[in-house]
Design a binder for this molecule. Structure first.
Ligand SMILES: [Zn+2]
Length: 428
């Protein structure tokens, strides 16, 4: 058993952590409700983080103390208590207290939307986030926003992808953070922060026994931290950082609403475990499983992302339905108290994701077919022939089942985004 558990540690859930592929588009559509329009159009000047940290050095000491007290009441075990010092209100002091990548910066940027003209001197995504690939099918351009006025909408959308850029990278070699060794993720990506973007809280005892660290995701820790930071910023007249930290909290919550981020092996049923039990080569069985889940996960992200990107340019009935799902639904917590932590919302989102995971995974397999979703020798990451747009040439009937199922997690993503934003704006 030990041999397999070690093996599974390295190979299970090897996917990277982009959640919905492009959070800025999900956030934009999720916030597209008449009630939020006034707030989203509000303008504020972009503010360097150093100014916020210096101005709020006293409340930040209390904020971090409160955060680590809260963390001690949760099942999270992978942390050492951090402190923010009033005498060191610098970016590095902040990154250490928050246990984020000490090399991270928070550049002042604005992201271009697919419907806008290309920028003259764009800053490409791989300059901001060196690990990301540039794909001409998608919009990945930014411009400098130093000293500029920005709307709340621009801040919330631009930075709802920021947690994927640098802050969660290369944290496993910093002993004073207490994260321990990487619980899962690709062996060839030792810097990967996937465990901060996924949380498998609903695995059965077989998976838990085979891979005890499968439950060690830390998405909730991040959501709560950025919720608290956002509340502080909004309540102390730093709306720029109120919105930017809210965008971070929203990112992790949206990740959780993507079923592959909440369920380790969506297609694992009784039959799967039975086959595993009788399999002669269990290591291969696990390796194959991992490859299949990884492929399906990444295909699904691209599927949604393509609709989100292109609907600004070409509207189809499918894209309309998906966009509508994002802005429909009700707040997930009807009356938000000023002291409400992110725990209840997190639990609800996670449960909904797990509930739809099996059905969604089935629909992904149907649309993309056996070669890409049923053959473990196929690797999405190294498929040079793959084109994200190819799937849309299928008939509407063929795509319909997946579009229909995907509306459920997108509704959750939208509801969770708006609920969390409201929580950020209700300062304690
Ligand atoms: Zn993520």
């Amino acid at each position: 058993m030990r041999k397999f558990s070690l093996f599974i540690l390295f190979f299970l859930i090897s996917q990277i952590s982009f959640g919905w592929g492009a959070h800025f588009l999900v956030t934009d559509k999720a916030l597209d409700t008449p009630e939020l329009k006034g707030f989203l159009d509000m303008q504020t000047k972009s503010e360097p983080i150093e100014l916020f940290l210096f101005a709020q050095k006293k409340p930040l000491v209390a904020l971090f103390d409160g955060y680590y007290q809260w963390l001690q009441t949760t099942p999270s075990k992978r942390f050492l208590v951090g402190h923010f010092s009033e005498n060191d209100p610098t970016l590095l002091g902040f990154l250490k207290a928050a246990r984020l990548n000490p090399k991270a910066t928070f550049p002042l940027l604005r992201r271009r939307f697919p419907s806008e003209k290309p920028l003259r001197n764009p800053i490409l995504l791989n300059v901001i986030s060196p690990h990301e690939k540039i794909d001409p099918y998608f919009t990945q351009e930014f411009e400098n926003a130093q000293g500029r006025q920005m709307t709340m909408r621009e801040i919330l959308t631009t930075f709802s992808d920021e947690p994927d850029w640098t802050i969660d990278y290369a944290l496993w070699d910093i002993p004073e953070y207490g994260y321990g060794t990487k619980p899962y993720g690709k062996t060839n990506e030792p810097w990967s922060g996937a465990a901060f973007h996924m949380q498998f809280s609903h695995e059965n005892f077989i998976i838990r026994t085979l891979a005890p660290t499968v439950q060690d995701g830390m998405a909730q820790d991040r959501i709560e931290l950025f919720l608290r930071l956002s509340r502080l910023a909004f309540s102390t007249q730093h709306p720029y950082w109120g919105a930017r930290f809210a965008a971070h909290a929203i990112h992790y919550m949206q990740d959780l609403s993507q079923p592959y981020h909440a369920k380790a092996v969506p297609f694992a049923n009784f039959n799967y475990y039975l086959k595993f039990a009788f399999s002669a080569d269990k290591e291969k069985y696990i390796r194959d499983t991992t490859q299949l889940v990884s492929n399906r996960h990444l295909l699904f992200e691209d599927f949604i992302r393509g609709y989100m990107e292109k609907q600004d340019l070409v509207q189809t009935q499918e894209s309309k339905n998906l966009i509508q799902a994002l802005s429909s639904g009700k707040p997930m917590i009807s009356k938000i108290s000023k002291r409400e932590t992110s725990e209840n919302l997190f639990k609800e989102v996670s449960e909904r994701s797990v509930e739809i995971a099996w059905k969604l995974d089935n629909a992904v397999a149907t649309v993309y077919g056996p070669r890409m979703t049923g053959d473990p020798t196929y690797d999405f990451d190294s498929d040079t022939q793959y084109s994200a747009g190819a799937v849309y040439s299928k008939s509407a009937v063929e795509l319909e089942a997946l579009v229909k199922v995907a509306m459920t997690p997108l509704t959750t993503a939208g509801e969770a985004t708006r609920t969390l934003l409201e929580m950020c704006r209700s300062a304690p």
